[in-house]
Design a binder for this molecule. Structure first.
Ligand code: MG
Length: 445
C-alpha cells in the first residue's frame, strides 16, 4: 500500500505527520552544530550514515548533543570495520581491539574499506571526528573510550568464535550476551553521558540491568523482525534454545507446512523480549530532561509497536515487516510525556493479549507476564491514590511531583497555527466545492 493511501485510511496518523512536519518548534536551536568546519563535517557524516538517528540527535539538548553525535559516529566507524567482509581477519581483529587507542591520537584515518562500503567516509574522514572528540569534556570522553574498548573487543571475540559463526546463537544466555555487545553497551554509554550531564538520576548507574534492558529490548525486537532478511544473507540471531522447540532447522519455518510452528516461535521470542518492559518503564521514569527523555523514549515505543506487529504475524517468515510511517509520527508525538509512553505500552500489550490464541504453547505464560506488567504500571501510579490508601510499593525513583512534568509534555506544538491551517483548509475546500458545483452543475440552457 502506498504512503498516500495509508494516510487516507489512517487520518489520525496523517494529522500527526502534518503536526510533526509543520507545527512543531524544536526544543533547542541547532546553530551550534555548524561552529567549526570539523563539527560541520561530523554532522554531515551523521546525516550520511543515518537520517533517522541524525533527526533525533539534532533534537537533543546542546549540552549533550555533540557527545552523543560523536559517540554514535565512533561506534558507526567500529561497526563499519566489523561489517566489511573484504578486510582480512589479521587486519580487522587487532584494529577492532585497539580502536579505542585511536581516540587518544591527534590524527588518524583508515582507508582500508571496500570502495563499495557505504559508510566508509566515517573512517576516511575520522580526523574530523577526532578533532571534535578532543574538544569534549574529559568525563564524556572517558565514557566513550571505555565503551569503544569493550565493544571492539566483543566484536573481535565474535569474529574468532567458530561455534558462533558456524551454528549461530545457541542458548538464551548467549542471545542476551550477543545483544549486550551490540546494544546493551550503547545503553551503558548513553546512561553515563546523561548522568554526567545531570539529565538522568545518578541511581541509574548502580542498576545496570535497567540500561541493559533498554538496549536488549530494542535489539531483540530487530532480531525477531529481521528473520527473513537475515536468513537470505545466510545468518540468523534467533537462539537455538527457543527455535529448536518448534523446528529442526531455522530455515524450515519458511516452508508452508511449518508456518504455524514458525509463528509460535516468533511469539515465544516476543514473550522473551517483553521481559524487559518493566525495566524500560522504570528507566524512562528516571530521565529528568525533556530532550533526553524523548531521545530515550522514541526508540522504545517504536519497539513495542514493532513487537505487536510481528506478534502472530506469519509475514515475518518471508519478508521485512515495518510499522507505518504515520504510526511512527503518532508515536513520536504521544511519547513526549511519561504518561504517554505508559499508555502506548498498555495499548500494544492489550493488542497482543487480544490476538493471543489458546492454541499458542505460551498462552498461559503470556497472560501471566502481561498481567505482571499491568500490575507494575498500576503500582507505579499508586502514589496518586486518594489520601489514606496505602500504596504497595514505589518501584521508581521519581516522586510524582517531579514526574508530573513528564505527564504534561512541554508545549512545543503550535496549536494556534494548526487552528489557522485548519481554517484555511476549510475555506479552500469550500471554495473548491463551490466552483465544482458551478462548473459541473446542470446547464442553464
Ligand atoms: Mg556489525
Amino acid at each position: 500500500m502506498g504512503k498516500l493511501s495509508q494516510f487516507i485510511t489512517h487520518p489520525i496518523e496523517l494529522r500527526a505527520a502534518i503536526i510533526l512536519k509543520f507545527f512543531r518548534k524544536p526544543l533547542f536551536s541547532v546553530q551550534d552544530t555548524q561552529e567549526t568546519p570539523d563539527l560541520k563535517k561530523c554532522y554531515q557524516l551523521l546525516n550520511l550514515t543515518s537520517r533517522s538517528f541524525a533527526a533525533v540527535i539534532m533534537e537533543l539538548n546542546p549540552e549533550l548533543r555533540n557527545a552523543v553525535m560523536l559517540f554514535y559516529l565512533i561506534l558507526r566507524a567500529l561497526d563499519t570495520v566489523e561489517d566489511d567482509m573484504s578486510i582480512a581477519h589479521e587486519i580487522k581483529v587487532p584494529l577492532l581491539r585497539d580502536f579505542y587507542k585511536k581516540l587518544s591520537l591527534d590524527d588518524w584515518s583508515f582507508d582500508g574499506n571496500a570502495p563499495t562500503e557505504k559508510d566508509r567516509a566515517v573512517l576516511t574522514d575520522f580526523n574530523a571526528i577526532l578533532h571534535e572528540f578532543h574538544r569534549l569534556n574529559k568525563d564524556y570522553r572517558d565514557v566513550i573510550i571505555k565503551i569503544t574498548k569493550e565493544m571492539g573487543n566483543g566484536m573481535a571475540d565474535y569474529i574468532l568464535d567458530e561455534e558462533f559463526n558456524l551454528n549461530g546463537v545457541q542458548t538464551i544466555k548467549d542471545y542476551d550476551m550477543y545483544c549486550h555487545y551490540v546494544a546493551g553497551l550503547v545503553g551503558d554509554g548513553l546512561t553515563h553521558l546523561m548522568v554526567i550531564a545531570k539529565f538522568a538520576s545518578p541511581e541509574l548507574i548502580n542498576q545496570p540491568e535497567l540500561f541493559e534492558s533498554m538496549g536488549l529490548f530494542l535489539q531483540k525486537t530487530n532480531i525477531i523482525r529481521d528473520y527473513a532478511e537475515d536468513i537470505e544473507a545466510g545468518r540468523s540471531f534467533w537462539p537455538k534454545e527457543i527455535w529448536s522447540i518448534y523446528g529442526n532447522k531455522l530455515t524450515d519455518f519458511q516452508s508452508s507446512t511449518n508456518t504455524k510452528q514458525g509463528v509460535f516461535c516468533i511469539n515465544h521470542l516476543v514473550l522473551n523480549a517483553l521481559e524487559h518492559v518493566t525495566d524500560v518503564l522504570t528507566y524512562l521514569s528516571s530521565i529528568q530532561e525533556q530532550s533526553s527523555f524523548q531521545f530515550c523514549a522514541i526508540p522504545q515505543v517504536m519497539a513495542i509497536a514493532t513487537l505487536a506487529l510481528v506478534f502472530n504475524n506469519e509475514n515475518v517468515l518471508h519478508t521485512n515487516v515495518k510499522i507505518r510511517k504515520g504510526t511512527t509520527c503518532d508515536l513520536i508525538l504521544k511519547s513526549r510525556s511519561y504518561k504517554g509512553c505508559v499508555d502506548i505500552f498498555e495499548y500494544y500489550l492489550r493488542d497482543i493479549r487480544k490476538r493471543l490464541g489458546v492454541e499458542d504453547p505460551n498462552y498461559l505464560k503470556f497472560n501471566i507476564h502481561i498481567a505482571k506488567i499491568d500490575q507494575f504500571i498500576e503500582e507505579m501510579y499508586q502514589d496518586n491514590l486518594p489520601q489514606g490508601v496505602k500504596p504497595n510499593k514505589t518501584p521508581i525513583y521519581l516522586k510524582v511531583t517531579e514526574r508530573s512534568k513528564y505527564d504534561n509534555p512541554v508545549e512545543d506544538v503550535q496549536y494556534e497555527e494548526i487552528y489557522k491551517f485548519n481554517m484555511l483548509l476549510t475555506v479552500l475546500l469550500t471554495t473548491g466545492l463551490a466552483f465544482l458545483v458551478i462548473y459541473l452543475g446542470p446547464s442553464q440552457n
